[in-house]
Design a protein. Structure first.
Length: 189
């Protein structure tokens, strides 16, 4: 049996973390010498604290060990397991990412051909905005664009947003932007 793929690990771990309200956001497998590293990033609408991460890590480790004994998984000479939450620099690409980062500032990159804001390289639109609300079926996102006098709101179908990355915000957010970021999607029109 070959070393498990990231997809196989993701499916196995999702069965463990899903019932507790978490998602597997990313799995990295780094094969290195005697012990490979299996790095799992999990998150949820309620971000897991260190105690929950430790519990899940223990449960995942027991599951992997039992699967190796049963011949379902083969980590070769062994593995080192790391379970944590996604880092600040992980791209936002799914509705749940935007929902969890609402009111934060991000750099958005739109898919080629979407040129509402210009900038960026040919065929690429980049801009910085505050993440607002998602519509009811989580297919459209409101973004709050800063303005000299007052912010404005634009909406984008999620399939037009190639990715967004959080920006570090050192100052207190403008109140007008925060009001718009916290306004329900259907009340923004």
């Amino acid at each position: 049996m070959a070393f498990p793929t990231a997809e196989e690990i993701t499916q196995r771990v999702q069965h463990i973390v899903g019932p507790r309200g978490f998602d597997v956001e990313k799995v990295d497998i780094k094969k290195a010498g005697a012990k490979s590293a299996v790095i799992i990033r999990i998150d949820g609408d309620q971000r897991p604290d260190l105690d929950v991460i430790e519990e899940l890590s223990d449960e995942i480790s027991r599951n992997f060990d039992a699967a190796e004994r049963d011949g379902e998984l083969n980590f070769g000479a062994g593995y080192r397991l790391e379970v944590s939450t996604p880092g600040f620099d992980e791209p936002l690409v799914a509705a749940r990412h935007f929902r969890r980062q609402r009111a934060h500032v991000a750099t958005f990159v739109l898919n080629q051909g979407d040129a509402a804001h210009g900038g960026g390289s040919a065929g690429e639109t980049r801009f910085v905005a505050r993440i607002g609300a998602l519509n009811a079926d989580e297919t459209e996102l409101a973004v709050i664009l800063p303005g000299k006098k007052k912010p404005s709101v634009e909406t984008y179908p999620l399939d037009q947003i190639r990715e967004a990355k959080l920006e570090v915000e050192f100052s207190t957010p403008p109140e007008a932007e925060m009001v718009l970021a916290n306004t329900p999607f259907d009340q923004l029109g």
